[in-house]
Design a protein around this ligand. Structure first.
Ligand SMILES: Nc1ncnc2c1ncn2[C@@H]1O[C@H](COP(=O)(O)OP(=O)(O)OP(=O)(O)O)[C@@H](O)[C@H]1O
Ligand SMILES: [Mg+2]
Length: 259
């Protein structure tokens, strides 16, 4: 599949400068710069403990910054509250949009939609709004291929379908930027292919930043790759460029020796 041309010279939709996160004396993120081009699928890769999830936590303001600056779509969000970051259009999947196991697929998406309407403060006509919400929820279920399972309780869905439902609940918040932390983790190959297709489908009009250990997925989906190791950016570029980088190879081999 051919990736669409991404204008990396365009103003980044998400930009980080000099990000640091210290836990006690230990710097889990140690001076990271990152520019994510609008409309791109950008991968964040690196060995275990490199600081990828901590960096996501900084970007979504789940963690406070020890130093640095984050800009989202022109807004300085370095000290913004997490809920405000969501309102500004950046949502981390599998965090805010956790699934309620004993609600149906449709109910889960409806709850997420109500949350968004709550942010907008427009959700004041419950009865009239409910039908509209159901229609919107159904179209989101269709977008992720779960329309026939609308009345199934989430806990009974297969692993891949739970992930699809999580993506639907994230889409319900209508994010400009979606952060996906290991969307394929623990998945069988068949499910990986389904979720990869899904990410390609939902990227339209959005930007995706994803942590992913499956390098085949990164190669297929991502326009740009940033490699982290020991809290620092080791390399950045297209997949082939990064894969050929001896420093990157060394970091991966070095890390597996440590394990
Ligand atoms: N709350 C915390 N307190 C102390 N140390 C932490 C905390 N969170 C993360 N760390 C440490 O920071 C480093 C980076 O962790 P992080 O989870 O960001 O790595 P990662 O790149 O996401 O790894 P993985 O690929 O295993 O998910 C690790 O050494 C981890 O032990
Ligand atoms: Mg992690």
């Amino acid at each position: 599949m051919s990736a669409p041309a991404i204008d990396t010279a365009a103003q980044p939709i998400l930009s980080a400068r000099g990000l640091v996160k210290s836990f006690g004396g230990f710097k889990a993120v140690d001076g990271v710069d990152l520019d994510v081009a609008p409309g791109s699928i950008h991968a964040l890769i690196g060995p275990n403990g490199a600081g990828k999830s901590t960096l996501f936590g900084l970007l979504t303001r789940f963690h406070t910054l020890s130093a640095g600056k984050i800009t989202l779509d022109g807004h300085d969000i370095s000290h913004t509250k997490p809920a405000e970051v969501v309102r500004l259009g950046m949502v981390r999947s599998f965090q805010i949009s956790a699934i309620f196991p004993h609600l149906t697929a449709l109910e889960n998406v409806r709850v997420a939609l109500q949350r968004r309407h709550g942010f907008d403060r427009q959700f004041w006509k419950p009865v009239a709004s409910l039908r509209a919400l159901d229609a919107e929820a159904m179209s989101l279920l269709e977008a992720v291929g779960l329309q026939d399972l609308r009345d199934h309780v989430a806990v009974n869905l297969s692993y891949g379908r739970k992930r699809a439902l999580e993506i639907a609940t994230t889409l319900a918040l209508d994010p400009k930027v979606m952060l996906l932390d290991e969307p394929m983790a623990g998945m069988a190959a068949a499910d990986v292919a389904v979720v990869a297709e899904l990410i390609l489908k939902v990227r339209k009009g959005r930007t995706v930043l994803m942590v992913e250990h499956n390098l085949g997925v990164v190669e297929d989906l991502c326009d740009r790759v940033t490699v982290l190791a020991r809290g620092r950016v080791l390399a950045e570029g297209g997949f082939d460029e990064v894969r050929a980088d001896p420093v990157v190879k060394e970091a991966y081999i070095g890390a597996s020796d440590d394990d």
